[in-house]
Design a protein around this ligand. Structure first.
Ligand code: SF4
Length: 373
């Protein structure tokens, strides 16, 4: 896996995509440290990376490691996972990586009961099967639970950076992210949707120099492409949800095939929420409450706002099969868009181990283009 990541990073460098190369390189370093025996904590998606970054310990987020492994074609046998049928395949894939020895077992687990139960089930499974300590964080008691996590981490990990430094790095990354978003909205297509969907888990690096450096590279790239990008009258599409991980350039392929342009992605809409060292836990709790998926009305309002600014003509929502969270809101979201006169299409597959045909996406877009004529 390390060799493949090194090769991928070098290849991206040759394509001039330094931002992706440095992001992958940072993930490779984390995995190399874990391979060499350094402890890591396993985190569910909304455990704030700023909190873990106070300590000299590695950390792994389920979605990020599974995304990397799937992109490298390492998840062919996930169906044989120890988790029950019907569990989200992100969780199945994580257990699979541990069971086949591609990833060491974590030193501890930090589990937040938002957004989905599947992640909690995975954490409890790993806790029971391998006897690994688990520290729960609940939405009900968010601030206190996050503070307790600091105490728990301090019992086995050395302190690393101070809160002030972590907060500065996180806020700086947020500022750069906002500039990237503004540029992407003003000049649709300056950064491809595929790239943003490969990199949205950079949210789980906030509070590190890696996030700052990677986003800086991304901004430089976006600034440099303002002039050549010509969105013209191409159909502009907003992408909700995930992409098939084993075909993670599918949107660029669809653009080539139908002449459309993907302009923004829901998964990239993580808020640059600014935090302070003095109200560290209160702010981290608020940051979670401000995340896109926390409240459906806010989620739809923010997406609709970007659709208006980017002159989006179609919204496509791509759902993960067996997701216990996102599909619940899907019908109500569809109603919001149809009331607002924005065409909406829904499709799905098992994004981790299933197949999805490019042609299905192309046909959907072409049908919409036909309707427009
Ligand atoms: S796809 Fe759904 S069930 Fe799976 S990890 Fe994400 S939110 Fe949870």
């Amino acid at each position: 896996m390390l060799t493949q990541l090194e090769l991928a990073s070098r290849y991206l460098q040759t394509l001039g995509k330094k931002y992706m190369a440095s992001y992958i390189h940072a993930q490779m370093n984390t995995l190399a440290n874990i391979d060499a025996g350094k402890d890591y904590v396993l985190c569910t998606y909304y455990i704030p990376s700023e909190l873990v970054n106070l300590f000299d310990i590695e950390y792994v987020y389920i979605e990020r490691i599974v995304g990397l492994a799937a992109g490298l074609g390492l998840l062919k046998d996930v169906g044989k996972s120890l988790l029950p049928d019907g569990t989200c395949s992100y969780q199945k894939a994580f257990v699979y990586l541990i069971e086949i020895g591609l990833l060491a077992k974590p030193r501890a687990i930090l589990a937040l009961d938002y957004p989905c139960n599947d992640s909690m089930e995975l954490c409890r499974f790993i806790h029971k099967k391998y006897g690994i300590p688990i520290y729960d964080v609940s939405l009900e008691n968010l601030e206190n639970d996050l503070e307790n996590v600091e105490e728990a981490l301090a019992s086995f990990a050395k302190m690393g950076r101070g809160k002030r430094e972590v907060v500065e790095l996180s806020n700086y990354a947020g500022e750069i992210k906002k500039k990237i978003d503004d540029t992407r909205i003003k000049y649709p297509g300056v950064i491809s949707s595929d790239d943003c969907l490969k990199m949205f888990t950079i949210e789980n690096c906030f509070g590190t120099k890696t996030a700052v450096d990677t986003l800086k590279e991304m901004l430089v790239y976006a600034e440099g492409r303002k002039a050549p990008v010509n969105a013209g009258d191409r159909l502009r599409i907003f992408w909700m949800g995930l992409i098939p991980l084993n075909n993670n350039s599918i949107l660029s392929k669809a653009e080539k095939s139908c002449g459309c342009l993907f302009v923004f992605e829901e998964m990239w809409m993580f808020t640059p929420y600014f935090i302070s060292p003095s109200d560290f836990y209160k702010d981290l709790a608020e940051k979670i409450r401000h995340s896109l998926f926390y409240d459906i009305k806010t989620r739809v309002r923010r997406i609709t706002d970007i659709c208006a600014k980017t002159k989006t003509g179609l919204v496509i929502e791509f759902l993960q099969s067996n997701c216990s969270f996102l599909p619940k809101a899907s019908h109500s979201i569809q109603e919001h868009f149809s009331r607002g006169g924005i065409p909406y299409e829904r499709m799905s597959c098992d994004v981790v181990s299933g197949a999805f045909q490019l042609q299905t996406l192309v046909d959907t877009i072409r049908a919409h283009l036909g309707d427009e004529k």
